[in-house]
Design a protein around this ligand. Structure first.
Ligand code: ADP
Length: 254
């Protein structure tokens, strides 16, 4: 265990799988006390049990980030458990549906933007209200390389929501820069999580072809995103705010 986040209470949303679950493990490894939120109670509890089995502190909360009351309740859970909130990783998200703009539906637009953008805003708002009262904190939002470039894959709602997260991150960072609250985003590229394995299982593309899309010639591991999040949440990143950091093996540098 490092002491990077020792003494800090951090809320992680979407902690039941993928990058959120890895972040819980990594942040606990750096000494953070955690509140873990997910809409899926079973997977959220599994993550919390895994963290506590290794000697960490983790409180699971079943919550839907797209609901105002749930977003507020997650922050209250942190205060109840630890008496403070120093950091947050607003990471809960849903995958986009592959449909062209012309074929896209209101149902899919609402599903994707409600969680991936409105959900981030609701959590950010609740966290900032608390952090203003306690003198500051650090917030990291999950965007995507699709928050920086267009992708053109029939993921317009997803891309719009993830660009929205970058805009929200910059606006909030500027509003609270003098009040001790830093706000940044991570923009993961291709990462070996559930969606990656689903795409590989379809046989439409091979793992070798996916690897070749990255200059670094491989997809990322969730922990490689989580380590960047840990650093942004820590005091080592004290001069960093308003950034959208591509963690993508060089993908968008091309
Ligand atoms: P990634 O591969 O980007 O890490 P995953 O799909 O593996 O994405 O993880 C996203 C997490 O977010 C899942 O655990 C999922 O249950 C959670 N999630 C999805 N929608 C919501 C929501 N509305 N509120 C809270 N958590 C959510």
């Amino acid at each position: 265990m490092t002491g990077l986040l020792t003494g800090k209470t951090v809320l992680v949303t979407g902690a039941g799988s993928g990058i959120g679950r890895s972040a819980a493990e990594v942040l606990a490894g750096h000494g953070a006390d955690l509140v873990l939120a997910d809409i899926n109670g079973d997977t959220c509890h599994e993550t919390a049990e895994s963290v506590t089995a290794k000697g960490g502190n983790a409180v699971p909360v079943v919550a839907d980030v797209s609901r105002e009351d749930d977003a507020d309740a997650m922050v209250e859970a942190a205060i109840r458990a630890y008496g403070r909130l120093d950091g947050a990783f607003n990471n809960a998200g849903v995958d986009g549906a592959f449909e062209s703009v012309a074929e896209s539906t209101v149902e899919n637009w609402d599903r994707v933007t409600d969680v991936n953008l409105k959900g981030v805003w609701l959590c950010l708002r609740a966290e900032i209200r608390r952090m203003l009262a306690s003198g500051g904190g650090s917030i990291v939002n999950t965007s995507s390389t699709g928050g920086l470039v267009g992708m053109g894959l029939g993921l317009s709602a997803y891309v719009a929501a993830k660009h929205g997260v970058v805009g929200l991150t910059k606006a909030a960072a500027l509003e609270y820069a003098t009040q001790g609250i830093r706000v940044n985003a991570v923009c993961p590229g291709t990462v070996r999580t559930g969606m990656y394995h689903q795409v590989v299982a379809t046989g439409v593309v091979t793992e070798e072809q996916i690897a070749a899309m990255q200059p670094i010639n491989r997809p990322g591991d969730p922990a490689e995103i989580a380590e960047a999040v840990a650093w942004l949440l820590s005091d080592h990143a004290s001069f960093v705010t308003g950034q959208a950091w591509a963690i993508d093996g060089g993908l968008v540098a091309q």
